[in-house]
Write a protein that binds this ligand. Structure first.
Ligand code: NAP
Length: 293
């Protein structure tokens, strides 16, 4: 028996019975509500791949020592989630060039002991709005963490628009994001004060919440008041638990088109799975989880 307790969660495998089982995991903190293991294990089962995907919850104070320990173990790949998408970069041996432009990593593939980082969040983010791309011409992004980097990059890559408004509680983090996301197009990113977002009068037709306001301990909060002026907007919240955040509830009351974070979660997972195994999720796995959104 081999096992380890990381931040109170037992991560263990009966290696005697499962010698050939490939191990994958999601690294983050907290992970209590993550459904990534259900999604990936459903796909492994459906495809009869002998692999197991587990939660690896790491307290941020123990991050470095735990990552060093994981490097000595037999893992095939990881997803990286809040709050480690930027911190993980210095522990990688190599990084996919496109993902390096984003400055945040959510997927690691391990082969011959080498850790190579990728970002699949930006592809997952774009997928649910693909059909609206031609009608979007101005965007407000709330938040400037790891997820916001992928969102901004996805918008820059897929939407040929003039301006993105970006607001984050910590303004310096938004400034750092703008300086470090590498993009050669003409779209401008204008940073606005988080405290003034409710007074923005410029026309917006896509609002994206990438902050964690609206989930966990802050479930009753919304980063933005959705008033009548946004009634023609698409409001996209990366949060998927709850399915309808306070922001989305308010947006629905104003007859906005609303999208929660579940489709993005499923499509980014599908792209990670393809990086690890060379194949996409079976359609029935995607449909099963999409139907629960
Ligand atoms: P992160 O790097 O830790 O960033 C968190 C963001 O939330 C920062 O912009 C932070 O602002 C902001 N924030 C936190 N508490 C706040 C508060 N009380 N008031 C205002 N802003 C606050 O996390 P992340 O990886 O970007 O993830 C952010 C969210 O996106 C999480 O809810 C995560 O679950 C979700 N997400 C969903 C998917 C999906 O597939 N659906 C994928 C990735 C992420 P400061 O910079 O000021 O701290």
């Amino acid at each position: 028996m081999y096992g380890r307790i990381i931040s109170g969660i037992l991560v263990g495998f009966k290696m005697d019975n499962n010698q050939l089982m490939n191990k994958y995991g999601i690294i983050g903190y907290p992970l209590k509500h993550s459904i990534s293991p259900q999604i990936h294990n459903s796909a492994f089962n459906a495809l009869k791949i002998n692999a197991l995907y587990q939660k690896i919850e790491i307290n941020p104070t123990e991050f470095e020592e735990t990552i060093k320990q994981l490097k000595h173990e037999d893992w095939r790949g990881f997803n990286i989630t809040i709050p480690f998408k930027e911190t993980i970069i210095k522990y990688l041996d190599d990084i996919d060039p496109m993902s390096a432009n984003i400055g945040a990593i959510n997927t690691i593939k391990i082969s011959n002991g080498k850790w190579r980082g990728y970002n699949t969040d930006y592809l997952g983010f774009v997928k649910p709005i693909e059909k609206y791309l031609d009608s979007i011409n101005s965007v407000l992004v709330l938040g400037a963490g790891g997820a916001a980097r992928a969102v901004i990059y996805g918008i820059l890559e897929k939407l040929k628009i003039e301006k993105i408004y970006l607001a984050n509680r910590t303004k310096s983090r938004a400034e750092l994001l703008v300086q470090s996301v590498k993009y050669s197009g003409r779209t401008k990113i204008e940073i606005i004060d988080f405290s003034t977002i409710n007074h923005l009068n410029d026309p917006i037709n896509l609002i994206v919440n990438t902050t964690s306001l609206g989930m966990g301990n802050e479930i009753d909060k919304t980063p933005l008041e959705i008033s009548e002026k946004y009634s023609n907007c698409i409001v996209y919240d990366l949060i998927y638990n709850p399915k309808k955040s306070k922001l989305l509830t308010r947006a629905e009351e104003q007859a906005c088109q609303i999208i929660n974070g579940l489709p993005m979660l499923i499509y980014q997972a599908d792209e990670s799975f393809k990086i690890w195994t060379g194949i996409n999720f079976p359609d029935k796995v995607i449909e099963k989880f999409l139907l629960s959104s």
